[in-house]
Design a protein around this ligand. Structure first.
Ligand code: IMP
Ligand code: MG
Length: 184
C-alpha cells in the first residue's frame, strides 16, 4: 500500500504495491544526469530524441537540467499491447521531422527491459548518419540478452518488477504519477 502522503484520488481506487523511487529521489538523479550530459557534449548540435510515450515526463525534466543549446524531437514506437510482457514487435508510428545527419543524437528512453525496442531503433537511427548516437535511459532492468548499444547515461538500475508512474504506464494508466511504483 502507498503511504498516506500519496494522493489516493490520483489512483482512483486502484492499488499499487510500493513506491520504488519517490519524487525527490528522481529529481536528484535527473539533475545529476543533466550535469553528466552537459559535460559529455562539448561542441556540435545536440538533438535530444524522446521515445514516446514513456519518456515524456523524464525528457521534459531532463532537458531543463542540460546546460547547453539543444533541440528536442520525438520518436513514437509501439512495442507492448496492454500486457506486461514485451511482444518484440516494434513499429515506428512517428518519425522525427528534424534532420539527424551530422548531429549528436541522444535517444531518451523510459526503461530498458528486453532491449528489443532499442535494438530496432538503434539500427534505424544509425542509417541517418548522426555524428554520435547515445542512449539515456531512466531505468534499466539489466535482463536484455543482447543490446546493440547500452545506455551511456542511466538513471537507476531497476528491480525486475513491472513499474508505473513518471511516464511509465500499464495499459495507458498511471503515467501521471509523480513517483515510480511497482504494480504488484
Ligand atoms: P523492451 O523493448 O522490452 O526493452 O521494452 C521497452 C518498452 O517497454 C519501454 O520503453 C516501456 O514503454 C515498456 N516497458 C518495459 N518494462 C516496463 C515496465 O516495467 N513498466 C512499464 N513499461 C515497461
Ligand atoms: Mg508502455
Amino acid at each position: 500500500m502507498l503511504s498516506g502522503t500519496r494522493s489516493s484520488k490520483q489512483l482512483g481506487g486502484q492499488k499499487l504495491a510500493s513506491v520504488v523511487y519517490d519524487e525527490v529521489t528522481i529529481a536528484t538523479r535527473v539533475r545529476e544526469l543533466g550535469r553528466e550530459i552537459t559535460d559529455a557534449y562539448p561542441d556540435g548540435e545536440l538533438l535530444v530524441l524522446g521515445l514516446l510515450k514513456g519518456s515524456f515526463i523524464f525528457l521534459s525534466d531532463l532537458v531543463r537540467r542540460i546546460d547547453r543549446p539543444l533541440q528536442v524531437d520525438f520518436l513514437v514506437a509501439a512495442s507492448y499491447g496492454a500486457g506486461t510482457v514485451s511482444s518484440g514487435n516494434v513499429r515506428l508510428l512517428y518519425d522525427p521531422e528534424t534532420q539527424l545527419e551530422g548531429k549528436h543524437i541522444l535517444l531518451v528512453e523510459d526503461i530498458i527491459d528486453t532491449g528489443k525496442t532499442l535494438n530496432r531503433l538503434i539500427a534505424l537511427l544509425k542509417e541517418r548518419k548522426p555524428r554520435t548516437l547515445e542512449i539515456c535511459a531512466l531505468l534499466h532492468k539489466h535482463i536484455a540478452d543482447h543490446l546493440e548499444k547500452d545506455a551511456a547515461f542511466l538513471g537507476f538500475d531497476a528491480p525486475k518488477l513491472f513499474l508505473v508512474g513518471y511516464g511509465l504506464d500499464h495499459a495507458e494508466n498511471f503515467r501521471h504519477l509523480p513517483y515510480i511504483a511497482s504494480l504488484t
